[in-house]
Design a protein around this ligand. Sequence first.
Ligand code: GSH
Length: 210
Amino acid sequence: MKLYHYHTSSASYRVRLALMLKGINTEFELVDIRSGKHRQPEYLAKNPQGLVPFFVSDDGVRLGQSMAILEYLEEIAPTPSLYPADRADRALARSMAQQVACDVGPFQKTTLQNHLRARHHFDDQDIQEFVSHWMLRGLQPIEDFAKTRLDGDGLLFGRDPTVAECCIIPQLYNARLFSVDTSSLEALTELERRCFKLHVFQAAAPEAWR
Ligand SMILES: N[C@@H](CCC(=O)N[C@@H](CS)C(=O)NCC(=O)O)C(=O)O
């Protein structure tokens, strides 16, 4: 298995977490999206979408899109599962994951920010306000949900991390990367503290991949 990724990419971080939680032996290759390596022909030949992460399985399946990769990993390595055993919890875990991936993630794209700078005269402060507004707006309902779930010392759906934590923890990292004030997200900060007691979260974190 091989993952093309970038250390500070939150979508890549989701997949690193899933691979490590499942203990899947993987070769990792950093693609430097800051210097535009993902837009060069060599990488576009692998992934025409020109984004990270990109996953190649031992039997030749080639996949972009972190959420599709997570589902594929769940199919090839069902244990430990990224999805809670209870049906309603499974749906809620997916809902939380998709709130991050679909409704927050797109606002932090470098390409979107570059466009706003080039075509709409955004400066650094405009970008920071834009990203902060949309990130906090997207994370607030997840914070409200987390408040109802963090009794005791478990995670959102019990003792084991799920697809929800695989998406939420990288998003908190990215919020700080963009200097978003996350102090109001107390339950999510507590969730992060609990996750980081697990070695996998430390091993998958951007700091470990610099
Ligand atoms: N929806 C995609 C998002 C992938 C994505 O936007 N990746 C970013 C890094 S987090 C990227 O490759 N950015 C480079 C660019 O926008 O040119 C996924 O979940 O995999």
